[in-house]
Design a protein around this ligand. Structure first.
Ligand SMILES: [Fe+2]
Ligand SMILES: [Fe+2]
Length: 290
């Protein structure tokens, strides 16, 4: 039976409850990070990874990909860890772990199976490239925020599907009277960036990651870590403009967008970054998607 939506009838409590009940982010990330930080011996890292079959398989697959293979392909997990190096290792673990939450279809946002995850990984790679250009020192924070920026959609999807009138929504977005975030807030009581921030906090990600997610559509509102949020905003919009996870997002006009101007992302730079990330994403998909 159709239920009518009134302001008193927002499903916010239920949404927060579902977010609260999400399984924890795989603890292999939380275990590996401190080991890398204190430059633990490779055997210690191997000991953590080997018990997670999916992650171990992806680490090996990546190390054997042409991008990392030096003379001889890695024969063992230990060799794979060594040949990848710290950053690539953490990134592959994060990307593989996040796939467990983001690889399903997100019909409420017009995203087919795998599309949200592809948008997430592409945004992470793009955010990392932008951070590198700017000489940002904490690229892992930027990468992680990029990877998880739309995680709130995985919970809101069900409610968008149930509560939203598609025709009205599409019209509202087209006329640009209201952004999709405003509609989320009005009908559901929370938008996907705020909910994503709550989920990331619950998963114990650091404040930079939480801020990057919470303000990925409105970096100007970030009191702290505004640069992280700005980079994720730009990266996500660029991926949408590439047709990767466009869903209900709008078009891109960097010359009229203050965030792009601040990040010194002009049309030529954007074109080059898009071409680079297109190739990198294709490579990443080969070994991460099994
Ligand atoms: Fe978003
Ligand atoms: Fe996005």
């Amino acid at each position: 039976m159709e239920r009518s939506t009134t302001l008193q009838d927002k499903p916010l409590d239920e949404i927060l409850h579902v977010a609260e009940k999400l399984p924890p982010f795989p603890d292999v990330v939380q275990k590996v990070m401190p080991l890398l930080e204190r430059m633990a011996p490779v055997e210690d890292i191997e000991a953590v990874i080997q018990y997670d079959q999916v992650i171990a398989a992806k680490v090996l697959a990546l190390a054997r990909s042409p991008h990392y293979t030096r003379a001889q392909p890695a024969k063992s997990l230990k060799e794979a860890i060594i040949s990848l190096g710290q950053r690539a290792l953490v990134e592959v673990i994060l990307a593989a772990c996040s796939a467990r939450f983001q690889d399903q279809a997100i019909q409420g946002y017009d995203l087919r199976e795998g599309e949200l995850w592809e948008h997430a990984v592409g945004t992470a790679i793009m955010a990392d490239r932008i951070a590198e250009r700017l000489g940002h020192t904490d690229r892992l924070t930027v990468y992680t925020a990029g990877l998880l920026h739309d995680i709130g959609k995985t919970v809101l999807n069900h409610y968008v599907d149930r509560y939203f009138d598609r025709v009205i929504i599409k019209k509202a977005i087209k006329s640009q009277d209201q952004s999709f975030l405003d509609v989320e807030r009005e009908i559901l009581g929370i938008d996907h960036q705020e909910l994503g921030g709550l989920i990331a906090r619950r998963w114990n990600f650091p404040p930079g990651v939480v801020a990057g997610i919470t303000h990925h559509h409105s970096p100007q509102d970030a009191e702290e870590n505004r640069l992280v949020a700005s980079i994720v905003y730009a990266a996500s919009r660029m991926l949408a403009a590439m047709g990767i996870g466009t869903g209900v997002d709008g078009f891109l006009n960097p010359n009229q967008d203050q965030v792009f101007i601040t990040l010194k992302l002009d049309e030529r730079t954007i074109e080059k970054l898009m071409a680079d990330v297109f190739v990198a994403l294709d490579e990443t998909k080969k070994f991460l998607c099994t």
